[in-house]
Design a protein around this ligand. Structure first.
Ligand SMILES: Cc1ncc(C[n+]2csc(CCOP(=O)(O)OP(=O)(O)O)c2C)c(N)n1
Length: 941
């Protein structure tokens, strides 16, 4: 036997203890002293990695005992009985003394202090201490925290588990309260089951302890002064949590089950709403001083995770003072409830966990609970994840995990208390893996026996947690059987009464968004007096003390300093317009948050909102420093995520509707990685849930020869989702337009909030034709349509009106044939949605001799705005002349891959635009699907 076999922490621990003993025998407890007294100096290696070849039996026994203890702490959860359906835990060989070359007899001869920790204090010897350790680690709770790398946290978790200090006392009063709550949870489901047979409710049964766990966490947090808890969860158990944790009235839930067709709210065809198990809620009365809130969520599992975390971040962000805002996580507690198949399967979970420790995203810890019913629809764990547990992903993020058997209420409450205390103390995420089963099929009309016959035989014979816990309490004589029966009757009676007195038409509360006040957007004044712009700009461009700018950036700063020397010079480029817009918004008192991939510098190295001292790296953020500011400015480079990052900003935005929240894509294309967030939250949440988001998206867009992946922000997708005035989509062409657009969005945050999508420029960021004069910032306002200024004097002669949007306008006006094309006018549609019907109508009215109206775009015919606009334009033109299309032909890919082809195609577009002779040619008219595409859907195939 060689000590090297026991190298590592345990050997080290024993040797450390021995060293302590050698220096001062009194420093160790008497039993350890006695054990060490039998060692001879020659047998003791100086260090674990310098072990001699033949240490005595005493050393091997002592090291074996220490290793056994460590193995139980590390791997004990593998032998824990955490499955209520009784499957055999996998176990681990290292949990037996034999694996360490020792016997129970050996352990009895050793002091308990070798095992260490609280269990040793009341144990007579190492054997007893090990047995106690097994009861902690291998019972109905699996403490899984060895992957936590911070020693202080690991020590705390070890002590928390082994001391049992979070175990709730089960005296008569607390046992009564707990069994009452469990009964309420169960009776609610059984009542719905009986009253609405077969109706989908995604019952909590099998993981009923979810509700008491939430109670415990929320009460713990409320006692510690947390003001708001935000719970994110999917379908499973949602109705139960809404009823019992968020106090949503039974009458309202029952009315939703009745689904009153013909109720007044349904008579309006614009009503959309959502199914009942997606609805959100907020407690009407606080629990203590805490409100509990649950945002609505879509079916897309786990998609609500970053939204909740973003909400918590916004709620904890103190945005009253200018400068950088402060975050105080002690105000808010986010709780996320996951499914056991969804947690490992949905990438958004990893994206959200990755936000948890980032500067701009940290919430001081989220409590995660996996409502683990050991099945996902019909899929088994073996089909759902490659990790050992459903919670495996959390390990990589060093999140402590407590696996707990959902049939042991006391263990569940202990897990909840430990989780809250850990979160509160270390301000980090923690996870409870609540392992139960699913009493019914995936939904209540589903037959689980088709796919899980054995499991469901067990489930059918398995008593509920209420029955098990009740029986145990009766057996212990903590509570009498008739008391249990009375509790059950009481809860039935409450539900029956609510049902009998139900008036579905009145009790049904439909979500309705505030109607949009007509025309406010167009009337919003956004100009800023020149003097004020000069004062603010001077402050922004002032050099901070002892700060060395990078040489190349100094030139840019000089340009910005000089830009307001004259009111009529075209000196304001895109980045400067943005900086002045944000500064004036802050000076008006509206907080701003700007995030996205590399936003601090800007993807195109144009923004420089954060400077880094060239010699020290120190940061300087002018928008946080200028004295005119009355509100905080936060700016963070986001992690490399779109779905998680947008979900987070959406949550932040709906929680703090008075702040201007902007997310910028690296290139507009990449927003398609967040299609779930766009479809499920940003564009539809108003119609489904009555939310009023106002998030701003800056999406670099434009055909510049970079290929299919850096050209299009896919405006067609945004337009497809545009209806009922649910968003604004803008593709504007001047720095001043952008300035007014941002200021308008800030001004409308309270009065007319809508998400804003901006197709933002790339090469045009610095283009002289896009630059504006200070006067345009002072006097103008955002224009949804800009008519052709050059043509107005000759409007009578104009035969073709070209309508276009964004960068292609610059290609047109810089085209060789522009100067000579007297009969062609070019009008910019700066706002694509809401469609500027009136403004465009006025433009058309100004050209009496039109022979055609052309929509010209860079995107292929099946992309861009054309298919959305065509019926609108045809209606507007009303048969006066044909409406034609000029653009790339239909294509499966957004653009050509070669820069040379791009140039050729772009030139062809421009040439066609000015070629009036081809007005009857087929390629200029709207075309039906090409033949070969149609044949694929034809009857012969
Ligand atoms: C993104 C997404 N994919 C698929 C589904 C369809 N679906 C709904 S529930 C479910 C099973 C979820 O299993 P689990 O996460 O274990 O939760 P449980 O229903 O068992 O509570 C599936 C596949 C969905 N809602 N969302």
């Amino acid at each position: 036997m060689n000590l090297e076999q026991f190298s590592g922490v345990n050997a080290g621990y024993v040797l450390e203890l021995y060293e302590k003993y050698r220096q001062n025998p009194e420093a160790v407890d008497p039993a350890t002293r006695e054990a060490f007294a039998s060692w001879t100096p020659a047998e003791i290696p100086a260090r674990a990695d310098a072990a001699p070849s033949g240490p005595s039996a005493a050393i091997h026994v002592i090291v074996g005992a220490a290793n056994l203890a460590e193995s139980i702490r590390r791997y004990g959860h593998l032998a824990a009985r955490i499955d209520p359906l009784g499957s055999t835990p996998p176990g681990d060989p290292s949990l037996s003394p034999r694996a360490h070359g020792i016997t129970d007899h050996d352990l009895r001869a050793l002091p308990a202090s070798l095992v260490g920790g609280p269990v040793a204090e009341s144990a007579a010897n190492a054997f007893e201490a090990i047995e106690k350790l097994r009861r902690v680690y291998c019972s109905t709770t699996g403490f899984d925290y060895a992957h936590v790398f911070v020693p202080e946290e690991r020590q705390w978790l070890r002590d928390a588990a082994e001391s049992g200090r979070f175990l709730p006392p089960m005296d008569g009063k607390s046992a009564h309260a707990l069994v009452d709550r469990i009964t309420q949870v169960e009776v609610f489901e059984r009542f719905l089951h009986r009253t609405f047979p077969g109706k989908t409710r995604f019952s909590v049964e099998g993981v009923d302890m979810l509700v008491p766990i939430l109670d415990e966490i929320i009460c713990g947090a409320a006692d510690r002064g947390v003001r708001q808890s935000i719970i994110g969860m999917a379908h499973r158990g949602r109705l139960n949590v809404l009823a019992h944790v968020l106090q949503k009235p039974y009458s309202q839930i029952l009315a939703e089950f009745k689904d009153p067709v013909g109720a007044s709210t349904r008579l309006n065809l614009g009503w959309m709403g959502d199914v009942k198990y997606h609805a959100g809620a907020r407690t009407a009365k606080p629990r203590g001083q805490m409100h509990v809130e649950m945002p609505p969520n879509p079916s897309h599992l786990e998609a609500v995770n970053p939204v909740v975390v973003g909400m918590a971040r916004a709620a904890g962000t103190i945005a009253e003072e200018p400068g950088a805002p402060r975050f105080d996580g002690a105000r808010t507690l986010p709780v996320l409830i996951h499914g056991d198949a969804a947690f490992p399967g949905q990438g958004i979970v990893a994206e959200t966990l990755n936000l948890s420790r980032l500067r701009g995203y940290d919430t001081d810890g989220t409590i995660h609970i996996i409502a683990n019913n050991q099945v996902g629809f019909t899929a088994t764990p073996a089909e759902s994840y490659s990790t050992s547990y459903a919670s495996g992903l959390a390990r990589g993020f060093k999140i402590p995990i407590v696996h707990v058997n959902a049939d042991d209420p006391v263990a569940c409450i202990e897990a909840a208390r430990l989780a809250w205390e850990y979160r509160s103390r270390f301000r980090r995420d923690v996870l409870i893996d609540l392992i139960g089963y699913r009493r019914h099929g995936h939904n209540e009309g589903d037959e689980p026996g088709f796919t899980q016959p054995l499991m469901y035989k067990k489930v059918a014979a398995h008593p509920t947690v209420r029955q098990l816990f009740g029986a145990a309490l009766v057996k212990q004589e903590t509570i009498a059987q008739d008391e249990l029966d009375a509790i059950e009757k009481k809860h039935w009676a409450v539900l029956e009464k609510a049902f009998e007195s139900l008036k579905p038409e009145e009790d049904f509360v439909a979500p309705v968004a505030e109607p949009v006040p007509a025309g406010i957007a167009g009337q919003t004044p956004t100009g800023v007096p020149f003097d004020r712009l000069v004062t603010i700009n001077t402050a922004l461009q002032a050099d901070p003390k002892d700060f060395t700018f990078a040489k190349k950036l100094e030139r840019g700063r000089e340009r910005r300093k000089a830009a307001l020397a004259s009111i009529d010079e075209r000196t304001i480029d895109w980045a400067m317009a943005e900086e002045l817009a944000l500064a004036t918004i802050l000076a008006d008192g509206t907080p701003v948050r700007l995030t996205g991939e590399d936003v601090e510098r800007g993807t195109f190295s144009h923004r420089h909102a954060v400077y880094h001292d060239a010699s020290t790296g120190r940061e300087f953020v002018p928008l946080q420093e200028f004295p005119q500011s009355r509100a905080p400015f936060e700016i963070y480079n986001s992690p490399l995520s779109e779905n998680g990052a947008i979900g987070f900003e959406f949550g932040y935005n709906i929680q703090a509707p008075g702040r201007l929240v902007i997310w910028e894509a690296q290139y507009g294309d990449f927003i398609n990685g967040a299609q779930v967030m766009l479809d499920q939250f940003v564009t539809s949440s108003r119609a489904k849930w009555g939310l009023q988001p106002s998030l701003v998206f800056l999406l670099p867009h434009g055909y510049e020869g970079q290929g299919p992946e850096h050209s299009s922000a896919r405006p067609e997708r945004i337009l497809q989702a545009a209806a009922n005035i649910n968003l604004r989509l803008v593709n504007c062409t001047t720095a001043a337009q952008y300035f007014h657009l941002l200021r308008r969005q800030a001004a409308l945050l309270r009065r007319d909030p809508l998400p804003l999508f901006v197709m933002s420029p790339k090469s045009l960021l610095r283009h002289p034709l896009v630059a504006s004069t200070p006067r345009e910032l002072q006097e103008g306002r955002f224009q949804s349509v800009i008519d052709d200024l050059d043509m107005q004097a000759r409007a009578k002669n104009v035969k073709r009106l070209i309508l276009c949007s964004g960068k292609v306008y610059v290609d047109l006006i810089t085209g060789e044939r522009r100067a000579a094309a007297d009969e062609v006018a070019i009008c910019r549609v700066e706002q694509l949605y809401p469609f500027p019907n009136v403004a465009l109508g006025e433009v058309l009215g100004g050209y009496p001799s039109l022979r055609d109206v052309v929509w010209l775009q860079e995107e292929p015919e099946n992309m861009g705005a054309w298919e959305f606009l065509r019926p609108l334009l045809e209606e507007l033109v009303a048969g006066r002349c044909p409406v034609r299309y000029i653009g790339r032909p239909r294509s499966a890919s957004p653009s050509e891959g070669s820069a040379a082809w791009h140039q050729l195609n772009q030139k062809t577009l421009v040439d066609r635009a000015f070629n009036l002779r081809n007005e009857n040619e087929a390629e200029n008219t709207p075309r039906a699907l090409p033949k070969e595409e149609r044949s694929l859907t034809g009857s012969k195939r």
